[in-house]
Design a protein around this ligand. Structure first.
Ligand code: TA6
Length: 280
């Protein structure tokens, strides 16, 4: 599957695989900030295990098609060349439209435009959903970001305190009491209507804090398969669960309804905040 790489003038570069328009790598000053498995399948035959797969039009198991929808496994088009924006930003667009295959699963007319923007210290990814048909449709969507961590054991996630979450592992609904969430087991939680940014905090000397800001993506899913599940996954090296955490910005707890001829944009900013205080 073709890949596109582009750079900005402040030492960042991003790689996008046209399979799913999946951002598979984002480097700043030579340091990689996204996790992508060494066993990830990059030929388009399945979703890429890493980077930022795009979930659309359904988060989770789906009676009409594959888990997490088809957008992450379809071949997207490169819809623009890299273009310069304000303050040294560089952007590129990718697009996907309905075709016979998508209409067989989900009989809707749509156009998706995914804009990937490199700014200084920041990667912005914005998905615009256009309803190009004559009827309204509804969907869920999510940016399934795999954050690279040096060591999951010393990583914390802040910004989730007091949020209600649905736990897929210890089934039920709970309220997050911790200021700093620690991942130390198979973890799969949907935090609902999270206000403000979420931070992935690591050692200041290495990756520091990655701040995730969201627009129109109220929910945050936190996932790590942990040892046993990781070992059973064909596209993950068993010990790689120690090097990743998925912090996924989504609109998943309520379905988004889009009337005909309307569009809506869902975006996130991943912001490198090196040197910030780490909460352990
Ligand atoms: O977003 C979390 C999640 O839905 C988990 O339940 C987990 O299974 C994960 O996504 C990965 O799903 P995938 O289909 O990519 O194997």
């Amino acid at each position: 599957m073709p890949q596109v790489l582009f750079k900005n003038h402040s030492g960042s570069e991003v790689t996008v695989n046209l399979c799913g328009a999946t951002v598979t790598s984002w480097k700043h000053e030579g340091e990689e900030f996204l996790f992508c498995s060494k066993k990830a399948v990059l030929d388009g035959s399945k979703a890429i295990r890493g980077g930022i797969p795009i979930v659309f039009p359904n988060f989770g198991p789906w009676e009409l098609g594959p888990q997490h929808g088809f957008a992450r496994i379809k071949e997207w088009k490169q819809a623009s060349d890299p273009r310069d924006g304000e303050n040294g930003a560089v952007s590129m667009d990718f697009s996907l439209e309905d075709d016979d295959q998508t209409r067989q699963m989900w009989d809707k007319k749509f156009r998706l435009v995914y804009t990937v923007t490199l700014m200084q210290n920041t990667l912005e990814t914005a998905l615009t959903v256009h309803n190009t048909g004559g009827e309204e449709f509804d969907f869920t969507t999510l940016l399934h970001t795999y954050v690279r961590v040096e060591d999951i054991m010393t990583t914390t996630i802040t910004g989730l305190q007091n949020c209600t979450y649905t736990d897929k592992v210890h089934v039920g609904e709970h309220v997050e009491e911790r200021e700093a969430v620690v991942i130390d087991e198979n973890y799969d939680r949907i935090y609902q209507a999270v206000d403000g940014a979420v931070n992935v905090n690591q050692d200041m000397q290495t990756l520091g804090t990655l701040r995730i800001e969201r627009d129109n993506l109220p929910d945050v899913v936190v996932w790590n398969p942990w040892q046993e599940k990781a070992a059973a996954m064909s596209d993950l090296v068993p010990m790689e669960y120690l090097e990743m955490v998925c912090v996924e910005a989504g609109a998943v707890t309520s379905r988004v309804v889009l009337p005909p001829a309307q569009q809506r944009t869902f975006s996130q900013k991943l912001i490198i905040c090196r040197g910030q205080q780490v909460i352990l």
